[in-house]
Design a protein. Structure first.
Length: 373
C-alpha cells in the first residue's frame, strides 16, 4: 500500500532520497528526536536495492550473511517504523532555498516537480545514484517491447520460470542473472559481444561451467534487431510497424544477433533481459550550488555536512577521500550526520552518547524492552 501523503509542510529534517541510506538515516535521526520527511522520485522506497536488484543477494551487510535488496529494504522499513517517518514518493526535489524563521534559525525550503513546497531545519541529501536509468538495448524497435518482453531489471524472478530467456551483456548483472535464472528457465542463452566476461571471477567460472555443461547457451555477437514471429515470418526478426500491438499474444520473440559483419543468428525466446549497465546522473541536486567533485557532493568526514551549513549529504551521492560506494559506508555516515543534525534542531540541548542495548530512554523511543511498560 502506498504511504499516505505528508501530513504537514514543515519537518525537522527533509531527506532527499529513500534509498537504503536515506531509510537508515531515519533511524539514526529518530534516536535523536529528529522527525523526517523522505521524498523520492521513485514510486517505492529502497533506491537501487529495490529498483535495480530487489532479488539479488547482498553478502556484505554486517550481520546478514545474505540478504536480497528487497529484504534489506523491508527490514529497514521495519526498523524505522517506531519513528513514523512520512514519505512523498513519485516526486522529485528540484530545488532548495535557504532562509531563516522568525527567531533567526536557519530554514530550508524544498520545491518539488509537482509544485509542492516543504520546509525543514536541515536537509539531508541521500540521492545516491540520482536518476538512474539502464542503458538501453541499442536496437531501434526495442522500446515497444520494454516492460513486456524486454527487461532491464528483474523485479519478480518467478515471471521468468519455465520461459525461454536471452540474457544480453557481459558484466556482473548479466552474469549473475544468467546464473540465478537458468535453472528455473526453459532455456537460457547469453549474448555477449566477446568471449570474456567482466564479472566476479567466481561467477564467471560458474558461468563457463554451465555453458560447458550445455545448461546455458552462449552466442558471441551483438543484438541487431528484435521482433515477433508472425504468420508470414521468414524466420528473421519482424521489425514491422505495430510490433508492440502484436505482442499481446504468445508469439515467439526473435532476436537477431550479428555474430560477424555478414552473419545474423536469430534466437527465438519468450523474453530478452539486457544488462548493459546504468547511466547514473545526479539530477537536480547537481544544481543545488553545493561544492561538487566529479558530480558528487563534497562533505567532511566528521559530520558529513556539505559546503552549506545545515545541508548534509550521505550515501552514494557524497565524495570524500577514500569514499567507498557501499551501503555500510552510508549507514556509518548517517550515524555521524545525525549527531550534528541534533545540534541544529535542538541548539539548547546537550547530546548524550547512549547505547540502544542499555539506554531506557532510547528503548522508549523504539518501543521495546522494559521501557515500554
Ligand atoms: C547491481 C548492483 C549491486 C550492488 N551490490 C552491492 C553490494 O553487494 N553491497 C553494497 O554495499 N552495495 C551494493 N551496491 C551499491 C548500493 O546499492 C548503493 O551503495 C546504495 O544503493 C546507495 O544507497 P543510497 O541510499 O545512497 O542511494 P540509492 O540507492 O541510489 O537511492 C537514492 C534514491 O534517491 C532518489 N533521488 C535521487 N535524486 C532525487 C531527487 N532530486 N528527488 C527525489 N529523489 C531523488 C532516487 O530515486 C533513489 O531512490 C550495488 C549496486 C548495484 C547497482
Amino acid at each position: 500500500m502506498p504511504p499516505p501523503p505528508p501530513s504537514k509542510s514543515h519537518y525537522d529534517a527533509i531527506i532527499i532520497g529513500a534509498g537504503p541510506v536515506g531509510l537508515f538515516a531515519v533511524f539514526e535521526l529518530g534516536l535523536n528526536d529528529v522527525g523526517c520527511l523522505l521524498i523520492d522520485t521513485l514510486d517505492k522506497v529502497g533506491g537501487q536495492c529495490a529498483e535495480l536488484y530487489p532479488e539479488k543477494p547482498i553478502y556484505d551487510i554486517p550481520a546478514f550473511p545474505v540478504i536480497t535488496g528487497q529484504e534489506l529494504t523491508d527490514a529497514l522499513m521495519e526498523q524505522i517504523k517506531p519513528f513514523n517517518p512520512e514519505f512523498l514518493l513519485g516526486t522529485t526535489v528540484i530545488e532548495y532555498t535557504k532562509s531563516t524563521d522568525e527567531e533567526g534559525a536557519l530554514l530550508y525550503q524544498v520545491r518539488t516537480d509537482e509544485g509542492g513546497v516543504y520546509t525543514a531545519k536541515v536537509l539531508v541529501v541521500a540521492s545516491g545514484g540520482g536518476n538512474f536509468t539502464p542503458k538501453r538495448l541499442p536496437i531501434a524497435d526495442a522500446a515497444g517491447y520494454e516492460g513486456r518482453r524486454l527487461w532491464y531489471a528483474v523485479r519478480q524472478r518467478k515471471q521468468f520460470a519455465k520461459q525461454h530467456l536471452v540474457v544480453c551483456g557481459g558484466g556482473d548483472s548479466a552474469v549473475d542473472w544468467a546464473l540465478a535464472l537458468y535453472e528455473d528457465a526453459a532455456s537460457l542463452t547469453v549474448v555477449h559481444r566477446r568471449p570474456e566476461f567482466r564479472a566476479a571471477p567466481d561467477s564467471v567460472r560458474k558461468l563457463h561451467l554451465a555453458i560447458e555443461a550445455g545448461s546455458i547457451g552462449l552466442v558471441i555477437g551483438a543484438p541487431h534487431a528484435m521482433g515477433e514471429r508472425d504468420s508470414q515470418s521468414d524466420g528473421t526478426a519482424n521489425k514491422a510497424e505495430g510490433a508492440a500491438n502484436k505482442a499481446e499474444g504468445p508469439a515467439p520473440l526473435l532476436l537477431d544477433v550479428k555474430t560477424d559483419p555478414t552473419t545474423i543468428e536469430t534466437l527465438t525466446c519468450d523474453h530478452v533481459l539486457a544488462f548493459y549497465g546504468l547511466t547514473m546522473k545526479p539530477g537536480p541536486v547537481a544544481d543545488f550550488g553545493l561544492a561538487m567533485h566529479d558530480g558528487l557532493i563534497v562533505v567532511d568526514t566528521e559530520k558529513f555536512e556539505t559546503s552549506v551549513p545545515g545541508v548534509f549529504a550521505i550515501g552514494d551521492i557524497n565524495h570524500y577521500p577514500g569514499k567507498l560506494k557501499l551501503i555500510l559506508s552510508g549507514f556509518h555516515e548517517a550515524a555521524l550526520m545525525a549527531q550534528q543534525v541534533f545540534r541544529y534542531v535542538y541548539p539548547d540541548r546537550r547530546l548524550r552518547f547512549q547505547y540502544t542495548t542499555s539506554s531506557s530512554q532510547l528503548q522508549r523511543k523504539l518501543g521495546v524492552g522494559k521501557a515500554t511498560g
